[in-house]
Design a binder for this molecule. Structure first.
Ligand SMILES: [Ca+2]
Ligand SMILES: [Ca+2]
Ligand SMILES: [Ca+2]
Length: 214
């Protein structure tokens, strides 16, 4: 019985900690398509994750943007209020790069995903945070979890944007994003899905009962 209680406690702890994260960003797992996000440019939702893509040809001013807490005008119409315990912005990401023969190739930089956190009440922009793929975090064609230290903005109200920039490098990029969330704790190992956890708990109790009945 002790074991079953332990599993249930673990499950409850996981569920509660997950709930504290979920409140800050709405639809961060894209289960509801792009609802709650302001988006523009070449963005779609595929397999419940957001897909941002640069366009054929060199089009640096194409606006591929995914925003929450703002509508792209810096009006902060519905800012994200970060609680004081927030330390991390976490998300899943993978990226693929392929030829764009209509670009001339003057740039040696990769197409880059920029992540901006804009502080609503700091008009100087000094406390805004900016992270870029390729320098602040690396991407590959496999899903991975990225966590960025955003503790400097804990307690502030912010807007969050993901912007994809096309470099003139004869390449285009597709970035996929999922499970965007703010959290107080670092993600060390992948956490089982709740459904997996429920099945595991039921199986553990079932096996224990079977053992007892023999
Ligand atoms: Ca998802
Ligand atoms: Ca391009
Ligand atoms: Ca490019």
């Amino acid at each position: 019985m002790l074991k079953a209680v332990k599993y249930l406690l673990l499950f409850t702890t996981f569920f509660l900690s997950n709930n504290t994260i979920a409140g800050l960003i709405a639809n961060g797992d894209f289960q509801d398509g792009l609802q709650q996000w302001y988006s523009s440019g070449n963005i779609s939702v595929i397999d419940n994750s957001a897909q941002l893509a640069t366009n054929v040809g060199y089009s640096p001013f194409d606006d591929v943007t995914l925003i929450q807490g703002d509508d792209g005008t810096f009006s902060f119409f519905d800012p994200i209020l970060l609680t004081n315990d927030i330390k991390w912005l976490t998300f899943d990401i993978k990226a693929e790069f392929f030829d764009d023969l209509l670009e001339s190739g003057l740039s040696t930089f990769s197409d880059v995903l920029r992540i901006n956190l804009y502080d609503e009440l700091d008009f100087t922009g000094a406390s805004d945070l900016l992270f870029s793929s390729g320098s602040d975090f690396l991407v590959s064609n496999q899903w991975q979890i990225i966590q960025l230290d955003v503790s400097d903005l804990a307690g502030r109200s912010i807007a969050l944007s993901f912007d994809l920039l096309d470099e003139n490098n004869k390449r285009d990029a597709i970035f996929q994003l999922d499970n965007i969330a703010f959290s107080a704790n670092a993600v060390s190992t992948p956490v089982p899905e709740p459904s997996t956890f429920i099945l595991f708990t039921i199986a553990a109790i079932f096996l224990r009962n079977c053992k007892h009945s023999y």
